[in-house]
Design a protein around this ligand. Sequence first.
Ligand code: FAD
Length: 430
Amino acid sequence: MDAQAREQNYYYASTPRPVPHAALAGEQQFDACVIGGGISGLSAALHLAERGMRVALLEAQHLGYGGSGRSGGQSIFGYACEMSTLEKAVGAADARRLWDVATEGLDLQRELIARHAIDCDYTPGHMIVGLKPRHDASLRAELEHLAARYDYHSLRLIGRDELRSIVASERYTSALYDSNGGHLHPYRYTLGLGRAAARAGVTLFENSWVTKLEVAQHAGADNLAHTAAGTVRARHLLIAGGALLGRLVPSLARKLMDIGTYIAATQPLGEERARSLISNNAAAADMNWILDYFRRTSDHRLLFGGRVSYSGIDPFDSGRVLRARMHAVFPQLTEARIEYAWGGYLDITLNRAPHFGRLGPNAYFVQGLSGHGMVIAGMAGRLASEVIGGTAERFDIFARIPHRNFPGGTWFRRPALVLAMLWFRLLDIL
Ligand SMILES: Cc1cc2nc3c(=O)[nH]c(=O)nc-3n(C[C@H](O)[C@H](O)[C@H](O)COP(=O)(O)OP(=O)(O)OC[C@H]3O[C@@H](n4cnc5c(N)ncnc54)[C@H](O)[C@@H]3O)c2cc1C
């Protein structure tokens, strides 16, 4: 990792420098090869090794280079899409199984942290905050729907007056509080999974960018993953490259739009001042399409995220723009310095549902967590290990979700999305 990345990204700066892993060299044989050193890939590698497989994981840069080491760290129930999208896609009974996967993900995250003693500041409590009467009504409807249809009972509605005593902002009108959600330091969580995987016997390769794949087309053959300096040959292959996979597999790239999004961290505010901003120390995300999200850190900063760049480039000074958004929520922070500001890419699908599937009889992919992957990525890895281990049931429910290519082809899809997002921005204002 270069010095500039450590200076910009609060998570990198607040983590002891990890011991690097060697790059792949020469041809090596394993039972399974995982591409991508984020939460999805590391969870898969760990679960596969626990099943007794010899596993190699190839990471283009360093563990946690993608969203897993940059995110808001908010552990949220469900998926990026509405459950109604999944009900339409796979039917009510299987949508229920998908919901159960997501709630198992919340348990899995806590279990992995406890079992592997991962020091990542896990803190319980998450709030979705509404900004207008329309939002208040949909939060109430969501609570009722999730309790009645999905037996999810950890949610509580918080009205405007109580919310004012929790979040020191005039902006919000209600909140849906989830005692089963939470927040954590995502980079330390990711590195903790990396250490657990290594202890379980996984061989981790960093600086090992897979530039070419040879996917076996019959079950008895090996898949090959090539980097500039070597090749992994393995019966089983999992691709978990998220937004950074680029065009390695064009059919997967067509289903994703990579969207830039940004976070900033203030200077340490002191315990009392930080507590005065969010007294219950829950993470919060608002209900706008272009949402703001924020939480406290263990060293008493405010971490504030929001603003997306659908044009794929960052024309703004993201720290300055985020500062303005933060002041709109917390005007009392006008004097607080922004010490870190960084960005990352989300792997968004058109319907915001996860995109899992097969490229060959023993080659699988998990992608498209659409900005909602802190919890689901752990389950993506667990489900990938199940299907590779011979139990396809849960993975195949995801694989049945239909996904369309982004419209507009290579050149016109991004301008088309920019226009679509201008429309959603307008809806936020109304
Ligand atoms: C700024 C930001 C804020 C976010 N906030 C939240 C949040 O608060 N809550 C939430 O639930 N989600 C959030 N997300 C989304 C969440 O971070 C992701 O959904 C999740 O981390 C995805 O994990 P992953 O392992 O699938 O992918 P990643 O973490 O992106 O990991 C993929 C890895 O694959 C590697 N790779 C790609 N191509 C190759 C290749 N060819 N060869 C080798 N390696 C390759 C990449 O370098 C990368 O390290 C946020 C994302 C961002 C960017």
